[in-house]
Design a protein around this ligand. Structure first.
Ligand code: ADP
Ligand code: MG
Length: 739
C-alpha cells in the first residue's frame, strides 16, 4: 500500500500486523544519566536520541543528530521483578503448552546482560530471569495435576567457536571423551556430549544453576577466558504427558535463556592476540545471529544460514520461525557510551521487524497408541460376540487362520473348480479373503502345470520374437499355418500366432482352404511387413502418428524456452530484491521515520518496489503459460502413445488377415457379414453417438488445428474400435469352431 506525497517525494508503507519478535530495552541505572541526549516516549515504547552539534564530531562521524527507535517496551529503573513480568512470563507460560521460547540478552559488556539473565546469586530479590523461569515452571506444574511433566536442564557455553558444558563437573556426568558436536535429527537439534539433567523440584534446578554459574567464573580464571566474551545458553526442556492414558498426544518444548557475549566493537588500535581473536569470533557470530533471524522472518526464504556459527546452529530450532522470541537489549544511559548504545538500539529495531509464527511441538506416544488400539480391539471382539449370540451364530471364530484351516479352504476351492463342490459357505470376512487368496494360488498352480505340459510336447516361440520366427521359417521347419514340417499326425506347432487351423483333427479341412488362396507360401518377417503396412493400409494412421509427434516436439521446445525466460526473470527479481534490502537496511540503520504507522521511504526504494512488482507480474504470466504448456505436452504425449499403440494393433490385425486367416471367414466376419457372435451391432459402431460427436469436434478445435486431418484421426479411432471388436469376434468364432 503506497501513497505518493507530492511535495518532498517521500512515500509511505503501511505496517503489517503479524506477530513479531518482541524487542525490549533495559537501561542500566546510573547517576550520570544523559538527560539531554536520551529521551523516553510517554508510552515507554520509544527512545529518542539527540546529539548536540558540538559533540557530534567527537561521537559519530555521521551528520545525523536525531534518532527515534520504536520498541515493544523500554525498561528504565525497572526492578528484576518487573523485567521478568514484562519480558519472560508469557514465554515461559507458553512453553508449558508446547511452544519453544527463546529470550536473549544483547548489549555491550557491563550493560547488565548477566545481571538481567542470572541476577545476583547472593541476593534473592535481585535474582534474574533464569531462577524465576525455573520457579514459574515448577509452580505451573503444581497447578496442572492432569499432566505428568518432566523438566530437564542444560547449560552450554560457546567461547571462540568451542563448546563447553558448564554442568560437566556434576558427579553423574562421566568424563566426555570426544569434543561436543551439534547434531540434527528429525526431532530437532541437540548437542552431543552436553549433559542434560533431570530435575524434579525447584531446589535441584537452582543447584544446577549455581553449579553452572560457579563453573563459568572458575573457567574464566583457570582457562584465561573472559566470561563476557562468551555466549551462554541455559536450556529448560519440558515434556508434558496427559495423565489420561487415552490421550496419545504429548508436547515437548525448550526454553532457551541466552546471555550473549558483549557486542562492543573493537577499538581500531591496540587490540591484538587473544582479544582480537575473541572480538572477531563475537562480531561474526552476532552478525550471523542477526542474518539468521532476519532470514527466518522472511517467508519467501527457504534457506536459513544456521550452520555459519555454533551459536545459530545450536539455537536452530529455537530462533524466530515457529517459536516465541524475545530480545532484550541492555544499554548504558551515559553520554560516554552513546556510540555503542546507538549501535545496540539499531540491532534491536531491526529484530523488532522480524515476524514469527509460533507453533506447538506436538508428538504421539507410540506405546500409548498401541495400548489404546488393543483396548479398542478387545472391545470390538466383545461386541462381535454379542452380535453372534443374538444371531444364533455361536461357533464362529474370528482369530487368524492356522495352516490346517488354510489347507482346508484350498481343498474346498479345488473341489469347487472341479465341480465336485457346489458352493462354499460364507462364514466371516477373514474366511472370504482366504477363499479369494486360495483361488489365486490354485490358478497360478494350474497355469504353471499347463505351461509345463505344453513345453513337454511343443517348442514354444514368443509371438513377438520376429528373429526366432523368421529363423524357424527360413530353416523350413514351419509351413504357412504354423505346422512343423514333417509332422505326419498333425501335432501342431505351438507358435503363439497359430490360428484355429492348427488344432489337431481339423487339419485336413483347413489346409484345403489355405491351398485355394493366392498368398505367399511363407509370410514375410514382421519388420519387413511393418514397412509395407506403413505405406499401404497403415499410411493414414502413421501420418497422424508422425504429426502428433511433431506437435509434441514443438510444444516441448516452447516449454523449454518459457522455462529459460522464467529463470531470467527470477534472476532479475533476486537482484532487485537484494538492492531493495540494501535500501531498507540503510533506512533502518539511520533510524526510522514513522508517522501514525506509516513508514516513509525514498524514491529509489519506491522505484525498486515498482520494478519488483512488475517483475512478479511477468513471472506469474510466464509461469501460467508454462503450466498450460505442460498440460498440453502431457495430453500430446498421451495422443502419441495412443497412436503408436493403434499403429501396432492395426498392423497385427492386417498381418493376420493378410497371411493367416482364410478370406472366406474374413468376409463373414466383416461388417455386414453373417457371423457376429457376441458382437456389438456394426450399425452402432458406424453411427456416431452424440457424445462422440462432441468429443470429435473438441478434438478438432484443441489438438488438431487442421480440420481434415482430425477427421482422419477420428476415422482411425473408429476403425480401431471396429478392429477391436472384430478380433474379439474372431476369438469367439475360434472357440465355437473348436466345439
Ligand atoms: P554484562 O553481563 O552485560 O557484561 P553485568 O550484568 O555483568 O553486565 O553488569 C555489570 C555490572 O553492573 C554488575 O556489577 C551488575 O550487578 C551491575 N548492573 C547491571 N545492571 C544493573 C541493574 N539494572 N541494576 C543494578 N545493577 C546492575
Ligand atoms: Mg555478562
Amino acid at each position: 500500500m503506497m501513497r505518493r506525497k507530492n511535495d518532498n517525494k517521500r512515500y509511505f508503507t503501511r505496517m503489517g500486523t503479524r506477530k513479531k519478535v518482541h524487542a525490549f530495552v533495559r537501561v542500566k541505572p546510573t547517576d550520570d544519566f544523559a538527560h539531554e541526549m536520551i529521551k523516553y516516549g510517554d508510552d515507554n515504547k520509544s527512545i529518542d536520541i539527540h546529539i548536540k552539534k558540538d559533540l557530534q564530531k567527537g561521537v559519530v562521524n555521521n551528520k545525523q543528530t536525531d534518532w527515534s527507535f520504536k520498541l515493544d517496551g523500554v525498561l528504565h529503573n525497572a526492578s528484576q521483578d518487573l523485567v521478568y513480568e514484562t519480558v519472560a512470563k508469557d514465554v515461559v507460560a507458553q512453553a508449558l503448552d508446547g511452544y519453544n521460547g527463546t529470550i536473549m540478552c544483547y548489549g555491550q559488556t557491563g550493560a547488565g546482560k548477566t545481571y538481567t539473565m542470572t541476577g545476583t546469586t547472593e541476593n534473592y530479590k535481585h535474582r534474574g530471569i533464569l531462577p524465576r523461569a525455573l520457579q514459574q515452571v515448577f509452580r505451573m506444574i503444581e497447578e496442572r495435576p492432569t499432566h505428568a511433566i518432566t523438566v530437564r536442564v542444560s547449560y552450554l557455553e560457546i567461547y571462540n567457536e568451542s563448546l563447553f558444558d558448564l554442568l560437566s563437573t556434576l558427579p553423574c556426568v562421566g568424563p566426555s571423551v570426544t569434543p561436543m558436536t551439534i547434531v540434527e535429527n528429525p526431532q530437532g537439534v541437540f548437542i552431543k556430549g552436553l549433559s542434560v539433567h533431570l530435575t524434579s523440584q525447584e531446589e535441584d534446578a537452582f543447584s544446577l544453576l549455581f553449579e553452572g554459574e560457579t563453573n563459568r567464573i572458575i573457567a574464566s580464571h583457570t582457562m584465561n577466558k573472559n566470561s563476557s566474551r562468551s555466549h551462554c545458553i541455559f536450556t529448560i526442556y519440558v515434556e508434558a504427558h496427559s495423565r489420561t492414558l487415552s490421550d496419545e498426544k504429548y508436547i515437548t518444548s525448550k526454553i532457551n535463556l541466552v546471555d550473549l557475549a558483549g557486542s562492543e566493537r573493537l577499538k581500531k588500535s591496540g587490540s591484538e592476540g587473544r582479544v582480537l581473536k575473541e572480538a572477531t569470533y563475537i562480531n561474526k557470530s552476532l552478525s550471523f545471529l542477526e542474518q539468521a533471524i532476519i532470514a527466518l522472518g522472511d517467508q519467501k526464504r527457504d534457506h536459513i544460514p544456521f550452520r555459519q556459527c555454533k551459536l545459530t546452529h545450536a539455537l536452530k530450532d529455537s530462533l524466530g520461525g515457529n517459536c516465541n522470541m524475545v530480545l532484550l537489549t541492555n544499554i548504558y544511559g551515559e553520554a560516554s557510551q552513546l556510540e555503542e548504545t546507538l549501535s545496540s538500539l539499531r540491532f534491536a529495531s531491526r529484530m523488532k521487524l522480524v515476524t514469527t509464527e509460533p507453533a506447538i511441538n506436538e508428538k504421539y506416544d507410540a506405546e500409548r497408541m498401541v495400548k489404546n488400539l488393543e483396548k479398542e480391539l478387545a472391545l470390538l471382539k466383545q461386541e462381535l460376540a454379542i452380535h453372534d449370540s443374538l444371531a444364533n451364530r455361536t461357533l464362529v471364530n474370528y482369530d487368524p487362520m492356522d495352516e490346517i484351516q488354510i489347507a482346508e479352504i484350498n481343498s474346498q476351492v479345488r473341489r469347487y473348480l472341479e465341480g465336485t463342490l457346489d458352493e462354499i459357505d460364507i462364514i466371516n470376512l477373514r474366511q472370504i479373503q482366504e477363499v479369494f487368496n486360495q483361488f489365486r494360488v490354485v490358478l497360478s498352480q494350474q497355469e504353471q502345470e499347463v505351461e509345463l505340459t505344453l513345453r513337454r510336447k511343443y517348442t514354444l516361440i514368443d509371438k513377438n520374437d520376429f528373429a526366432a520366427i523368421s529363423a524357424v521359417q527360413k530353416a523350413g521347419l514351419m509351413d504357412v499355418d504354423g505346422h512343423l514340417v514333417g509332422e505326419p499326425d498333425g501335432q501342431g506347432f505351438g507358435l503363439g500366432v497359430t490360428p484355429f487351423s492348427a488344432k489337431p483333427g481339423k487339419k485336413a479341412k483347413s489346409k484345403k482352404m489355405f491351398k485355394e488362396q493366392l498368398r505367399p507360401s511363407t509370410p514375410p518377417p514382421k519388420p519387413v511387413a511393418f514397412e509395407d503396412f506403413k505405406n499401404e493400409r497403415g499410411s493414414e494412421i502413421n501420418r497422424i502418428f508422425k504429426e502428433n509427434k511433431s506437435i509434441l516436439n514443438e510444444r516441448r521446445k516452447r516449454a523449454s524456452e518459457t522455462t529459460q525466460r522464467i529463470n531470467a526473470i527470477k534472476r532479475e527479481m533476486d537482484v532487485t530484491k537484494e538492492a531493495l534490502n540494501f535500501q531498507k537496511s540503510l533506512r533502518e540503520k539511520q533510524g526510522e521515520y514513522e508517522n501514525k504507522g506509516l513508514m516513509i521511504i525514498d524514491e529509489e526504494e519506491f522505484l525498486l518496489i515498482l520494478k519488483l512488482k512488475d517483475l512478479k507480474k511477468q513471472y506469474r504470466t510466464e509461469y501460467q503459460d508454462l503450466r498450460d504448456l505442460k498440460a498440453e505436452i502431457q495430453y500430446c504425449q498421451h495422443l502419441v502413445d495412443q497412436c503408436r499403440h493403434r499403429l501396432l494393433m492395426e498392423f497385427d490385425i492386417w498381418y493376420n488377415e493378410s497371411f493367416f486367416i482364410p478370406e472366406d471367414i474374413q468376409v463373414s466376419l466383416k461388417p455386414g457379414g453373417s457371423i457376429r457372435p457376441g458382437m456389438v451391432p456394426i450399425s452402432r459402431i458406424m453411427s456416431l453417438g452424440e457424445d462422440d460427436q462432441d468429443k470429435f469436434s473438441q478434438l478438432q478445435q484443441t489438438e488438431l488445428p487442421e480440420g481434415p486431418d482430425s477427421f482422419s484421426f477420428y476415422n482411425a479411432k473408429v476403425k480401431t474400435e471396429q478392429k477391436h471388436n472384430y478380433l474379439k469376434t474372431m476369438m469367439g468364432f475360434q472357440q465355437a469352431h473348436r466345439k
